[in-house]
Write a protein that binds this ligand. Structure first.
Ligand code: PLP
Length: 395
């Protein structure tokens, strides 16, 4: 395979090599079902227990508060639907207009069952202000769900303040931490959230595995019914190898968090500085606090789709909206929500850098972008010159 520059780490990340090595024995030799009582299952059972402890320690939770799931989408669905169905008459849900579709569509699904959702409006910087929640929450609110960090523009929300407001009204608080986990420090006790979703493939773990943190004592209905796995809350034979890989990857990322944040911030700053120097007309979406390396840029009078494909031809992978929307040319709900100026909105791309990227990658991305944008500028100027000349010949 030819070398590529992968700058779409918010869509997914590269599997950590040591996490992969740690997974192997559970795919090949220790393949037993951990629910079985015989000795052959001991290693799998022990590995799962240790993985739960490692993950709990990474976010300052208790091991029995970690429930393994198939990823971020399942965790979000379970948190929203599982809470809603266990909360009796409290049929109002409060979320935001910049959530991932896993949250938004779970809320829409609940409409059929008589639930009502209020969507808090993010401000133009992509932040859900605590006073916005204060104005919309009521005694009928059962659950409030606001993401920790946005996948498209990287803004980090004031979760601690939002959770405090939710609790004051007697509502549960869920946060989708899929983009934030392994990239910024997360302490569930300090944030005081009741539920938190995470997905391994966003922090160098394998795909198809994640977890839902459920604070002890929280009301949550079982979502997948069957056997007694995960304390009877989530049935199904556990994906041991992936659980082990997830714990390993999270531990590695958390141990190297400060180093990675500083390094990625350097790349982030350099990219934006170089683009500014190149005299290109663009805006960066979202403000600090910000996920390091999540760079959403809107270029004036350019098509984001065109940028994505031209960069792809140069071997550079970026995204236009969130990955699950990349087959559609529609402008994403997040970009609409933050009211990007008409002249810029269609020219939006997301570059998401990771610890795997280098300064050389940054230089290549900037030079690729500059080339494409200046060429397309020239073309549109030639086009208008041609039209001007043609029009002058007219009577
Ligand atoms: N929530 C957010 C914020 C995400 O960015 C994603 C994935 O892009 C998800 C949820 C869904 O996670 P998964 O891909 O593990 O289902």
């Amino acid at each position: 395979m030819t070398e590529i520059i992968y700058a779409d780490n918010a869509a997914t990340t590269k599997l950590d090599l040591e996490a992969y090595e740690a997974m192997k024995p559970f795919l090949l030799n220790d393949y037993s079902n951990p629910s079985q009582p015989y000795s052959f299952s001991r290693r799998a059972k022990k590995a799962m227990k240790e993985a739960r402890e490692i993950i709990a320690e990474c976010i300052n939770a208790e091991p029995d508060e970690i429930c393994f799931t198939s990823g971020g989408t399942e965790s979000d669905n379970w948190a929203i639907k599982g809470c809603a169905f266990s909360l009796g008459n409290k049929k109002n849900i409060v979320t935001s207009n910049i959530e991932h579709h896993a949250v938004i569509r779970s809320c829409e699904f609940l409409k059929t069952f008589g639930y009502r959702t209020i969507y808090l409006k993010a401000n133009k910087n992509g932040i859900i202000l605590p006073e916005t929640l204060n104005n919309e929450i009521s005694e009928n609110t059962g659950i409030v769900s606001v993401m920790l960090a946005n996948n498209e523009i990287g803004t980090i929300q004031p979760i601690k303040e939002l959770a405090k407001i939710a609790h004051k009204k007697g509502a549960l608080f869920h946060t989708d931490a899929v983009q934030a986990m392994g990239h910024i420090p997360i302490d569930v006790k300090n944030l005081d959230v009741d539920l938190l979703s995470a997905s391994a493939h966003k922090f160098n773990g394998p795909k198809g595995i994640g977890f839902l943190y459920v604070k002890n004592g929280s009301k949550l209905l079982s979502y997948i019914n069957g056997g007694m796995q995960e304390n009877g809350l989530r049935a199904g034979t556990e994906n041991i190898a992936s659980i082990v890989g997830m714990a390993y990857a999270l531990k590695r990322n958390v141990e190297e968090l400060t180093k990675n944040i500083n390094y990625i911030r350097e790349l982030d700053t350099e990219m934006v500085t170089q683009l500014k120097k190149a005299n290109i007309d663009f805006i960066r979406n979202g403000i600090e606090p910000h996920l390091p390396g999540n760079i959403s840029l809107s270029f004036k009078g350019i098509s984001g789709e065109m940028l994505l494909h031209r960069l792809d031809l140069m071997g550079i992978m970026v995204s236009t909206g969130s990955a699950c929307d990349s087959t559609k040319t529609q402008i994403s709900h997040v970009l609409k929500a933050i009211n990007i100026h008409q002249d810029y909105i269609e020219g939006t791309i997301r570059i998401s850098l990771s610890k795997e990227n280098t300064m050389e990658d940054v230089n290549c991305i900037v030079s690729g972008l500059t080339k494409i944008i200046l060429q397309s500028d020239k073309k549109s100027k030639n086009y208008s010159k041609y039209h001007l000349a043609k029009n002058m010949l007219l009577p």
